[in-house]
Design a protein around this ligand. Sequence first.
Ligand SMILES: NC(=O)c1ccc[n+]([C@@H]2O[C@H](COP(=O)([O-])OP(=O)(O)OC[C@H]3O[C@@H](n4cnc5c(N)ncnc54)[C@H](OP(=O)(O)O)[C@@H]3O)[C@@H](O)[C@H]2O)c1
Length: 336
Amino acid sequence: MEKYMNAATINRYGQKQLELTKVEIPEVSSDDVLVEIHAASINPIDFKIRDGKLKMLLTYKMPLILGNDFSGVVVQVGKCVTDFKVGDEVYGRPRKSRIGTFAEYIAVHKDDIAMKPKNLSFEEAAAVPLVGLTTYQAFHDVMQLKLNNKILIQAGSGGVGTFAIQLAKHMGAYVATTTSAKNEALVKELGADLVIDYRTEEFDEKLTNYDYVYDTLGGESLKKSFKILKPGGKIVSLSGIPNHRFAQEYGLNFWKSSLLKLATRKLTALEKQYKVQYNFLFMKPSGAQLATIRELIEAQKIKPIIDRVILFEDIQQAFDYSESGRAKGKVIVKIK
Ligand SMILES: NC(=O)c1ccc[n+]([C@@H]2O[C@H](COP(=O)([O-])OP(=O)(O)OC[C@H]3O[C@@H](n4cnc5c(N)ncnc54)[C@H](OP(=O)(O)O)[C@@H]3O)[C@@H](O)[C@H]2O)c1
């Protein structure tokens, strides 16, 4: 086997242009599999890591290979791996200390992958792991979404939103979503019951008595979300500021926890005012949950929505397009 592979790296935080370079193929330890990556998807966390915006939660050594999810074929297994064998088609989201899917190979812990859905191409499968796990954890683990619950999904046309609408409908919820008029047909086709054009309408003036808000926007939109919930309702935010509850769960030290408590004091006040709960969610890798998501995809309950597929050598274009904030579903990088 060759010793080197192509990878997209940065040498310092804030480096906007990725470097396509040769690096050593990673070594496989006893619980790892080595995957030849066929496709990977762009996620906004890639820009946040590149820009050093997550340094409070995640720190990396440079040079760093970016990329947080993938699909591919197993080419080697560690000595403790029994669930996967060479030739298996898999998909996954590596643990946060071991990212690097914009590369030809990745060594990944066996618990972070699952067999790829049989009815998806590699490009389609790579669209799923990060947004699928995030949404599965929000809807199952935090909200425990039930039949006829009312949920607002912000940015229904994005990578997270297109998956979230389908999962919420599968779980029996009534779904309102925000997007701009050009994406109305897409989100309706995915099952949205009520579509709000955020460019001409204010969601907090139209919605009331909701059980849940799935917030992908943060900022002012997050603050306005409290108003539409019924008492006892919950916000699960992917883009807001982590609060003290999250700091405890994540095991942050006293100083970081205190800083976050201070930064979220307005959100804490809104929780009390509206008698609702604000949760920041930072998704976790899970091969077991990816196996459950595979079943939903194979049963045709959920399909990935892909905006475009871009070749590995043009990965910078994929970053620039995704960073424009206008993607309809996922942007995929084809690696093999
Ligand atoms: N905490 C976590 O674990 C976690 C996990 C996954 C994602 N996230 C975060 O979740 C956010 C969303 O991720 P994503 O992958 O879905 O992003 P994305 O795919 O880049 O989102 C793009 C979509 O957002 C829509 N949009 C932009 N501004 C909007 C607004 N003000 N109101 C409604 N829709 C709007 C756009 O529609 P138009 O073109 O019509 O504007 C576009 O279709 C990111 O900040 C990401 O970092 C966090």
